[in-house]
Design a protein around this ligand. Structure first.
Ligand code: C2E
Ligand code: CA
Ligand code: CA
Length: 642
């Protein structure tokens, strides 16, 4: 029952929106008006030229000129669409009325009249369509019943025909109503679908835009969005008197924290940190997450507020602890700060400067640094040097020089220390004090040491092949001791040159034990087992020297130059050197003093029992040929003088 009521209500246009969108309506009217214009124009011409049809032709011509032509024109004007529809209905009533009255060709004109209900519903909508159609049926029935029999010129329909005709009109009205209702509903559904799809796409687009500009984990603005934010803040800051502080926060030991907490715990921790930082930024600036372990705060601060005390407070607030999975985790940041407008005037540059400052702080082991143009230049030079050094290794711009080590008792050459020289074709000689740290930081030191090992083993083997009893000393860095491949490289060198391990002396400094003492000790132990000689270089300049002396399988101590160079002027240095020599001898180690610049110092050291001397007093580091010449002149080997 309910569905019957619903069907009826729909049919009568009670539930549906009676009118579809204006744009749609205009398109319908335009198409219908043109079709009606062309069809009616053709019929009017046909009727005007056909005998006995003149009046009908004139009626049609009048409908074309007075109604359909203006309807075509009005259908292009959105606010006149109702008038266009009405004109089309008037034209339909006039033409169809004429066809009923005059009958058309042998009374077949009425066949066209069945278009009337379709037009009425189409043009006037579901509800008004009923009024038009029923009115039309009533008018037709009245005409056929009362008017037509009294008009002499009217086409004479039989009573039976008239009844069938009116009945057929009623049937077509119902069909037209049902058809129009289906059409309207279809269009309405289509419209709804389009609106839904448009809304879905809009939401999707908004979501994509959000994801492209925000960090998925914390919902904070990301790098992309930060650029826009910074641009706005810079604009506002330049209009007012406020400056901006761009603060790059690097979360320290994040990967260790991730390992401890697992990825879910680490995500929770990041969200927690973000909340904490957001509180600090609230009201003063904006927080963004720019990397896995990196945040940026754009802070609005007046320039006077940038006093060190305020900054320190600002920084202290960024170190805190959280409890996660039962652990208390200390969250530490390293901060790099850049200031607008002092350091840069574009968002990207400001962010870069803050990042550089942060890297600088990390490198220097500081908690924070303010961007410094001079530091940046050093930084850039350092990185340029890294590229150049890599190239120098490939293009063989490096050379090994040798500084002789002299037996202080006999004056003979016992061996030589290999010292790397870099003569850059563009900038000339670059000292080891500059490029060795670059090599160490970049990891190139492995390659460099391998190359030095190759070079000096070949040279030493060649000296020994000429009957000279010489050893060679190679400097090793901390990273070399962590390199599991080093021992293999050394042994391969021995195999290639025929040299024995006892002819190679490996110099290590105390700093080699800082990073990973156990590892370093293990490697040194293995080198000793292979027969290599081991020296502690720069002895006395570092810490815990005595502990290493006791525990390491070393053969030699090299007293640091700083005690030797002003030895004769400094009783303190003399005391240190004398007791070091004694201590070393008690431990069965031989002692080398380096940095001997004059014979008086050499004499002093000899009288105190120092075994070996090295320094400008004997020779500066020089190419292999110079060492060969010196060894030939002074003699080699450890024999005692008579
Ligand atoms: P080091 O191992 O302590 O080498 C001794 C340094 O003192 C050398 O400096 C040498 O030229 C210098 N020297 C020698 N006698 C005297 C002297 O009488 N007076 C003065 N003032 N200096 C003297 P150099 O060649 O500039 O090397 C500096 C440092 O660079 C070396 O210190 C060493 O730690 C490192 N180094 C040099 N070549 C290599 C290398 O191939 N590998 C590694 N890992 N480090 C190297
Ligand atoms: Ca050395
Ligand atoms: Ca040294």
């Amino acid at each position: 029952m309910q569905s019957v009521i619903k069907l009826l209500a729909d049919l009568l246009g009670l539930r549906l929106k009676d009118r579809i969108a204006l744009e749609e309506r205009l398109r319908h009217i335009r198409a219908t008006a043109w079709i009606a214009l062309l069809a009616s124009g053709a019929f009017s011409l046909f009727n005007l030229l056909t005998e006995g049809m003149l009046v009908l032709g004139l009626v049609e011509l009048a409908a074309v000129l007075l109604c359909l032509l203006p309807a075509v024109w009005l259908s292009h004007q959105p606010h006149r669409v109702a008038m266009a529809e009405s004109l089309m209905l008037v034209a339909a009533v006039a033409i169809l009325g004429g066809l009923i009255v005059f009958g058309g060709v042998a009374g077949t004109g009425v066949l066209w009249v069945f278009t009337a209900p379709f037009l009425a519903f189409f043009l006037a909508g579901q509800r008004r369509g009923w009024w038009y159609s029923l009115g039309f049926i009533a008018a037709t029935a009245s005409y056929l019943l009362w008017v037509a029999p009294r008009l002499p010129f009217a086409y004479a329909y039989s009573g039976e025909f008239s009844a069938h005709f009116v009945l057929a009109l009623c049937f077509y009205t119902l069909t037209a109503a049902a058809f129009n209702q289906l059409r309207t509903r279809f269009e309405e559904q289509l419209q709804q679908r389009v609106e839904q799809k448009t809304a879905d796409s809009k939401a999707l687009l908004e979501q994509m835009q959000y994801l492209a500009t925000h960090d998925a984990l914390t919902g904070l603005p990301n790098k992309v969005r930060l650029q826009d934010i910074l641009q706005d803040e810079m604009l506002a800051a330049s209009e007012g008197t406020q400056g901006l502080v761009i603060c790059n926060l690097h979360l320290e030991r994040f990967f260790e924290l991730c390992n401890v907490l697992g990825s879910v715990g680490a995500d929770r921790l990041v969200r927690h940190i973000a909340e904490h930082l957001a509180l600090l930024a609230a009201g003063h600036g904006t927080l963004a997450r720019t990397g896995r372990d990196e945040f940026v705060i754009v802070y609005r601060l007046s320039h006077t507020a940038l006093a060190p005390k305020v900054l320190q407070q600002f920084i202290d607030e960024r170190q805190f602890s959280v409890r996660e999975q039962g652990y208390t985790l200390y969250i530490e940041f390293t901060l790099g700060l850049a200031i607008f407008p002092d350091h840069a005037d574009t968002p990207q540059l400001l962010l870069d400067k803050a990042e550089q400052a942060m890297l600088q702080a990390r490198k220097g082991g500081q908690q924070w640094t303010l961007y410094d143009a001079e530091q940046e230049q050093l930084f850039v030079r350092h990185h340029l040097l890294f590229g150049k050094l890599r190239e120098a290794l490939v293009k063989q711009h490096l050379q090994v020089h040798y500084q002789p080590q002299i037996d202080l008792l006999t004056g003979r050459v016992l061996g030589a220390e290999a010292l790397t020289r870099w003569n850059d074709p563009d900038s000339g000689p670059i000292p080891p004090a500059v490029f060795i740290p670059v090599a160490e930081e970049s990891g190139l030191i492995r390659q460099l040491t391998n190359w030095v090992v190759d070079e000096c083993m070949r040279d030493c083997a060649s000296w020994r092949a000429q009957g000279l009893d010489l050893t060679v000393s190679i400097n090793l860095s901390a990273l070399n001791l962590l390199d599991p491949a080093l021992l293999g490289v050394l042994q391969a060198g021995l195999a290639r040159t025929g040299l024995q391990a006892c002819h190679v002396n490996l110099e290590i400094t105390e700093s080699c034990f800082m990073a990973s003492p156990e590892r370093a000790m293990e490697v040194i132990g293995r080198m000793h087992d292979c027969g290599f000689q081991l020296s502690i270089d720069d002895f006395g300049s570092g810490y815990s020297s005595l502990t290493y002396m006791k525990n390491l399988p070393i053969d030699e101590l090299k007293i640091d130059q700083s005690f030797v160079r002003r030895l004769l002027q400094s009783p303190g240095d003399q005391a240190i050197v004398a007791s070091t020599i004694e201590l070393a001898h008690n431990l069965q180690l031989s002692v080398v003093a380096e940095g001997i610049e004059d014979t008086a110092t050499a004499d002093w050291l000899r009288t105190r029992g120092c075994d070996i001397g090295q320094g400008y007093c004997f020779a500066r580091p020089a190419p292999a040929e110079a060492l060969l010449a010196m060894a030939l002149r002074l003699g080699t080997g450890r024999e005692l003088v008579a």
